[in-house]
Ligand binder design. Structure first.
Ligand code: ITT
Length: 198
């Protein structure tokens, strides 16, 4: 069995990824690993932030680990909130305030095209004990609803309708969200990569 730490404090992400993982992987969250730190996300790109999270945890544990950074990129807002998605409405990281700000900034705009983009950073020690880095990207295209719909999920789920669906992520079970999601696409590539390594 392949053991990996998932460097996140977001329990919703942990649940989504654990529902996708096969029995050949053991994914341990920071909470399960007994690590309680606030990981910095100081950079201007998802990739740099994902690396920062993973290297922070690798330095503490010296164990193979991965992290992910996700952004909601809205066409009519020039890609915002993007890398600032968690703190769009301020440092409080308040989901409702972030959603309110998106809906306000989009009011009156015709184009509601958007996408979620997830960048996973994997850090592992290779057979020569050399640290390797690898990235995986998952994109889910869709549009921003005019009002909140549904109560499941987390973050921007109540206002995001993926292409091919007629309801928001927050109106879907986790399994249904996984059939469309950015995170599922990135994580599937990660598991594929790891299976080929072992
Ligand atoms: P970690 O950094 O500890 O992994 P986080 O919650 O800070 O967790 P991100 O910086 O990647 O995670 O999240 C950016 C924001 O985007 C944050 O407000 C999330 O709630 C939101 N978000 C991420 N994935 C989402 C998804 O699948 N559905 C809806 N919103 C999501």
């Amino acid at each position: 069995m392949y053991h990996l730490i998932f460097a996140t404090n977001n329990q919703n992400k942990v649940a989504e990824i654990q529902s996708l993982v096969g029995s050949d992987f053991n994914i341990q969250s920071l909470k399960q690993a007994g690590i309680d730190i606030d990981i910095p996300e100081p950079h201007d790109t998802l990739q740099e932030n994902a690396f920062e999270k993973a290297i922070t945890i690798f330095k503490i544990t010296n164990q193979n680990c991965f992290s992910e950074d996700t952004g909601l990129e809205i066409e009519a807002l020039n890609g915002s909130p993007g890398v600032k998605s968690a703190r769009y409405a301020g440092e409080g990281r308040d989901f409702q305030a972030n959603i309110d700000k998106v809906l306000l900034n989009l009011s009156g705009k015709q184009d509601r095209t958007a996408q979620f983009r997830t960048v996973i950073c994997l850090l592992w020690n290779d057979a020569h004990d050399k640290l390797q880095t690898h990235y995986f990207v998952g994109i889910c295209k869709g549009k921003i609803a005019t009002e909140m719909q549904g109560e499941k999920g987390f973050g921007y789920d109540p206002i995001f309708i993926p292409d091919g669906a007629n309801k928001s992520f927050a109106q879907m079970s986790m399994e249904e969200k996984n059939t469309y999601s950015h995170r599922q696409k990135a994580v599937t590539q990660l598991f594929e990569f790891l299976r080929n390594l072992t």
